[in-house]
Design a binder for this molecule. Structure first.
Ligand SMILES: CC(C)(COP(=O)(O)OP(=O)(O)OC[C@H]1O[C@@H](n2cnc3c(N)ncnc32)[C@H](O)[C@@H]1OP(=O)(O)O)[C@@H](O)C(=O)NCCC(=O)NCCS
Length: 208
């Protein structure tokens, strides 16, 4: 039975700062097998998870206070990180989080992530927009409407500001999910041999 079928609609709310480590763990696992992660980390699943954990912790350390971070009731179920217009790119995380990131990722992965971010940055829109930095749902809670609930809650905020929105995704199967939210593909690129789709949603783009 899905979360929706059981009548337990997730209560979407902002992340509390002390929940960040739990959400980092959830997102690390949710993204462990994504194509870009495989292309950058180039190791087995245990190593990818560990590496991801450091990446997610650093991202959350940077995002707290600068981004909209939403969770579906519990950070164990998933989360969404979005940057408001003018908020991209995030400032670097605090020094300790940076050191943990470098040590946890290893030199090769840090270099390759740097290349991914630089290439994506050259393609980033210049118009003021909301940017969906990350959306992930715990593997055993996927396909039950949790992702749509997180996306829909955030898009209501985006629509109140009448702003366009933008994201990148490395999974073809995510295109219909985001398409239902009103996003359409504006470009495809290959980075480190991985196909990346860039998607834009016009202001008040409807969907969901
Ligand atoms: C992409 C992701 C966030 C979607 O979250 P989710 O909770 O699985 O999404 P939903 O359940 O709301 O919707 C996913 C699909 O399940 C379907 N679905 C929703 N509830 C359902 C239910 N009760 N039964 C069966 N299918 C259902 C939806 O129609 C949707 O189909 P679509 O892809 O054709 O649009 C999640 O799969 C994820 O974390 N993936 C790994 C990380 C990732 O790729 N993140 C996105 C990076 S840009």
């Amino acid at each position: 039975m899905s979360i929706y079928d059981s009548g337990k609609r997730p209560d979407i709310r902002p992340l509390a700062a002390d929940e960040a480590p739990v959400l980092a763990e959830t997102l690390a696992l949710a993204f462990r097998d994504n194509p870009l992660n495989r292309g950058v980390i180039r190791a087995g699943s245990v190593r990818r998870l560990r590496s991801n954990r450091h990446g997610m912790r650093a991202t959350l350390a940077a995002a707290l206070g600068h981004a909209r971070i939403l969770v579906p009731g519990s950070p164990k179920l998933g989360g969404l990180i979005a940057l408001p217009p003018g908020g991209w790119p995030l400032p670097p995380p605090p020094l300790l989080a940076q050191v943990e990131y470098w040590l946890g990722q290893g030199v090769g992965a840090v270099r390759r992530w740097g290349r991914v971010y630089r290439e994506l940055a050259t393609l980033h829109p210049v118009e003021p927009h909301w940017y969906l930095q990350l959306l992930g749902v715990a593997v055993d809670a996927q396909r039950q409407g949790v992702g749509a609930a997180l996306l829909g809650t955030w898009l209501k905020e985006v629509d109140r500001e009448e702003a366009p929105a933008y994201l990148e995704t490395d999974r073809r199967e995510n295109l219909s999910f985001y398409g239902r939210g009103g996003f359409h593909v504006v470009g495809t690129d290959e980075i480190l041999g991985v196909e990346i789709w860039r998607m834009r949603r016009p202001a008040n783009g409807g969907g969901l």
